[in-house]
Design a protein around this ligand. Structure first.
Ligand code: UDP
Length: 472
């Protein structure tokens, strides 16, 4: 086996949709560069993916999917409120299984596939420090991969400084949310309290929210990993990347990966795509459709649902709305009925899950109402689609601020869910030449970053060299 082929990366994402997608795109890039990849799923997700994962692995002889238990009962709702439990269970029950598996893969190829060389490097989700600590204990060098924006990682890393400066916790459960925040380097001129993760608002003590605490600790712990990898580009987030580089051992900005290394979305999609979307879009006029998707984790109340629905109907534009089956809890069926009956003949389509990348690049789509998850944000950026942002939690609050105030490729509707505002903001995103031309210019710049000689393409090559060096 040639020396290059001996590099074998075990990738270990948090088992949530956005993370799985980013890791699959990254894996596709590694495979193209000639490396071996073991993709570590949880048993629960691998069962859910079923044939799609088997087919993806069968299509590439240097890729395999293995799994470990996530430590939760099978019927646990692994939606947003289950995420802290999931990460906690993974870092205990899951960690023990991961250690055993990695120890065996370190020694030899797995019994399941003897063609695989021993694992030489781990790329673990940047919110699971246990994964790189265990790898290093076993003698396997480890890199942290944060699947969110550089600006949000920098904000989390700045939490100790915000506390020191007295900017955190906010007074009285948030105080004036338009108050500027000065303690995140490079963002002094536009960052407000409302642009930090929503969990910050309810803190009375420093940061007692368990997920937030874990994410802040993991961000600080990333400084120990051999390097930090981010699915972003220098042209989108140069200043944040430069600040991160001062704190980390090395930083690689290698995105947007989905545009560099197209991977079959079905291989990591935990939901089944509705195949009718494209045919429906084909029948719509150019740039006439509003696409609404709030990602894989957001849950909304019935009241929020009706405000969105009435606002959208009032715009007069046809819309394609992803209403996941677990999005509204007990109100799901009623909401679905109401949405369907509010739709005039041919004016809209409601689906449980859409092939988002295909939708965003469809000529009929004129704007994207999004929760500003990082994957959705960069998918919208790459296709040059104006966005309306309604962030839900975590990094989404800061991503939407960058969309509205820095890149200006969309409008930030943060903290408001009222039909009149939905109508007005969606109309503006559909009709503003200014927003559309910023969105186009950004898409063109990002395209340059990922083509040969562009910043992300060069960083990806540097990363592959770095992994090979760690593997030798
Ligand atoms: N997605 C999709 N179909 C949908 C909704 C979402 O394929 O109907 C994909 C979307 O393209 C993105 C991911 O799910 O890659 C969601 O990740 P993101 O980081 O935007 O948000 P999260 O789900 O982590 O909140």
């Amino acid at each position: 086996m040639a020396e290059a082929d001996m590099a074998h990366v075990l990738v270990f994402p948090v088992p949530a949709q956005g993370h799985l997608n980013s890791f699959l795109h990254f894996s596709t890039g590694l495979l193209r560069a000639g490396l071996h990849v073991t993709f570590l799923h949880t048993d629960h997700n691998l069962r859910r993916l079923g044939a799609a994962a088997r087919e993806a692995a069968a299509a590439s002889p240097r890729l395999r999917f293995l799994s470990i238990p996530d430590g939760l009962p099978d019927d646990d709702p692994r939606a947003v409120d289950g995420l802290p439990r999931l990460v906690q269970a993974l870092s205990t029950t899951g960690a023990a299984a991961y250690r055993d598996l990695l120890a065996s893969l370190r020694r030899r190829g797995s019994a399941a596939n003897d063609e695989f060389p021993p694992v030489t490097c781990v790329v673990a989700d940047g919110i699971m420090p246990f994964a790189w600590d265990i790898a290093e204990e076993l003698g396997v060098p480890a890199i942290a991969y944060r699947t969110v924006s550089a600006c949000s990682v920098l904000a989390y890393l700045s939490v100790p400084r915000l506390v020191e400066r007295g900017e955190l916790p906010f007074p009285n459960g948030g105080g004036d949310l338009d108050e500027p925040v000065r303690g995140v380097p490079g963002m002094e001129s536009f960052l407000r309290r409302r642009d930090l993760p929503i969990q910050f608002r309810s803190l009375t003590d420093t940061y007692q929210d368990p997920l937030l605490k874990a994410v802040v600790a993991a961000t600080v712990d990333s400084c120990r990993a051999r390097a930090l990898m981010l699915n972003t580009t220098a042209s989108l987030e140069g200043p944040s990347l430069a600040h991160l580089a001062e704190e980390m051992r090395d930083v690689f900005a290698i995105g947007p990966l989905h545009a560099m290394s197209p991977a079959p979305a079905v291989a990591t999609s935990l939901w089944r795509h509705d195949d009718g979307c494209t045919a429906w879009l084909d029948g719509q006029a150019e740039r006439s459709v509003v696409y609404i998707s709030l990602g894989s984790l957001t849950v909304i109340s019935y009241k929020q649902f009706t405000e969105f629905l009435h606002g959208l109907v009032a715009t007069g534009y046809p819309f394609l709305w992803v209403l996941r089956p677990d999005m509204l809890g007990a109100s799901q069926d009623a909401a679905l009925q109401e949405a369907l009956s509010a739709l005039g003949e041919g004016r809209g389509l409601v689906v449980p899950w859409a092939p988002q990348r295909d939708v965003l690049r469809h000529r009929a789509v004129g704007s994207f109402l999004t929760h500003s998850g990082w994957n959705s944000t960069i998918e919208g950026v790459v296709e040059g689609v104006p966005m309306v942002c309604w962030p839900f939690f975590a990094d989404q609050q800061i991503n939407s601020r960058f969309v509205g105030a820095v890149w200006r490729n969309g409008l930030d509707m943060k903290d408001v869910c009222e039909r009149g505002v939905v109508e007005k903001t969606v109309r503006e995103a559909m009709e503003s030449d200014e927003v559309r031309s910023s969105a186009r210019a950004l898409a063109e710049q990002v395209q340059r970053d990922i083509t040969d000689g562009g910043s992300s393409a060069m960083e990806f090559k540097r990363l592959v060299g770095f992994i090979r060096e760690l593997s030798s």
